[in-house]
Design a protein around this ligand. Structure first.
Ligand code: PLP
Length: 396
């Protein structure tokens, strides 16, 4: 049978980060002593109060369709959170609740892109951005920051990649995978540039609570004009350890954008899971400081461990829970008989020989790096870094 399937979807690779994590989880389930540095989710259990809210919602029959954009109480709570914590004046009508931040981003791109529109994506990027842009019939334009020590883009970088087809710029601070956090003034320069060029800002703030060295700034808080040019994305997965519950949202003060996102969602998934929405409502008033403090401590621990490995270079993470390590000194060399030609080889040989799973930098547009997630216990972090030390020391 020969059928001409979607050429657009065939341009897109499945998520490498999910694939590697699945291999690692299978090996662990089979009893192998694998340290899983590839996971993009907190290792904490979902807080009890949030689970209890989900159980109560289920028991009280909150199992029917909700409004496409979400239950009013949750949308109001999200708008209030943005007003009080993030200093952005949003109303509940600006919020569309979706099945995870991932869906919220995809909906937003579908709502704004026409075929041929370009989206600027700073490198390194979260693995799904370019693929989602392609799925939405846009063209990803990968922006290489000229400062390769801090890996933040500047207005000069954006100017180098700008063309009149550019419709959107994605900013993800704190960043997955680099952990870099943009300062308020840096965001202001970028946002002012975007307003001047009439480029929509898509601000992925999913790691907002995990900013360890400086205060987090929402781009949309910088001025009303900037807010009106921005689609803000956030979610519950990372902050509240709710990855499997699938809850996220987009917020835009532009009524047309919100209407289009609502239309897309109404014909695809309808509403986010009703029970999860009640869990999310509880989450917004749940104190998760212990998780944030633990991640900060682990960031310090992983850096202390990285320093024990001779000449290891990395991007210093100020937020999120990832560390990007430079493996360029090992590319082209051998571990035993196995040649390391790129980051995927590094990840595969490391998993096979030392039983540590991590994500190759090629998933984020940086093939000379690997990404470690430090959302693991202290013991596992130390053991995993010891295995990394043994591995790189054996590379000749
Ligand atoms: N944005 C970034 C930068 C992420 O790292 C992730 C998850 O890994 C998401 C969005 C989507 O998360 P979720 O769909 O679980 O809300």
């Amino acid at each position: 049978m020969s059928i001409n399937l979607s050429e657009n979807v065939q341009k897109v690779a499945p998520s490498m980060t999910l694939a590697i994590s699945a291999i690692a989880k299978k090996k662990i389930a089979d009893g192998e002593d694998v340290i899983n540095f590839s996971v993009g989710e907190p290792d904490f259990d979902t807080p009890d109060a949030i689970k209890e809210a989900a159980i109560q919602a289920l028991n009280s029959g909150k199992t029917k369709y909700t409004a496409v954009s979400g239950i009013v109480e949750l949308k109001e709570a999200i708008a209030n959170k943005y007003k009080s914590e993030n200093k952005v004046n949003y109303s509940a009508d600006d919020v569309i609740v979706s099945s995870g931040g991932k869906q919220a981003i995809f909906n937003a791109l579908m709502a704004i892109l026409n075929p041929g529109d370009k989206v600027l994506i700073p490198v390194p990027y979260w693995t799904s951005y370019p693929e989602m842009v392609t799925l939405a019939y846009g063209t990803p334009v990968l922006v290489q920051p000229s400062d390769s020590t801090i890996y933040k883009v500047s207005v000069n970088d954006l100017d180098r990649y700008y063309s009149p087809e550019v419709k959107c710029l994605i900013i993800n601070s704190p960043s997955n995978p680099s952990g870099v956090v943009y300062e308020s003034e840096e965001l202001r320069e970028i946002a002012t540039w975007a307003v001047k060029k009439n480029v929509i800002l898509l601000s992925d703030e999913i790691y907002e609570k995990l900013s360890y060295d400086s205060d987090f700034t929402s781009i949309a808080s910088l001025s009303e004009e900037i807010r009106d040019q921005t689609i803000t994305i956030n979610g519950f997965s990372k902050t509240y350890a709710m990855t499997g519950l699938r809850l996220g949202y987009s917020i835009s003060s532009n009524k047309q954008i919100t209407k289009l996102i609502n239309t897309i969602q109404s014909h695809t998934t309808s509403n986010a899971n009703s029970i999860t929405q009640y869990a999310g409502l509880e989450a917004l008033s749940t104190n998760v400081d212990f998780m944030i403090d633990t991640f900060k401590r682990r960031r310090d621990l992983i850096i202390a461990e990285a320093k024990k490995i001779d000449q290891l270079k990395y991007i210093y993470p100020q937020g999120a829970f990832y560390l990007l390590i430079d493996i360029s000194p090992y590319i082209g060399k051998f571990y035993g008989d196995s040649k390391i030609s790129d980051s995927l080889d590094f990840a595969q040989i490391f998993l096979e020989k030392e039983k540590v799973a991590l994500t190759p930098g090629s998933a984020f547009g940086m093939d000379s790096y690997i990404r470690i997630s430090y959302a693991l216990s202290d013991e596992k972090l130390v053991e995993g870094m010891q295995r990394l030390k043994n591995f790189v020391n054996a590379i000749k």
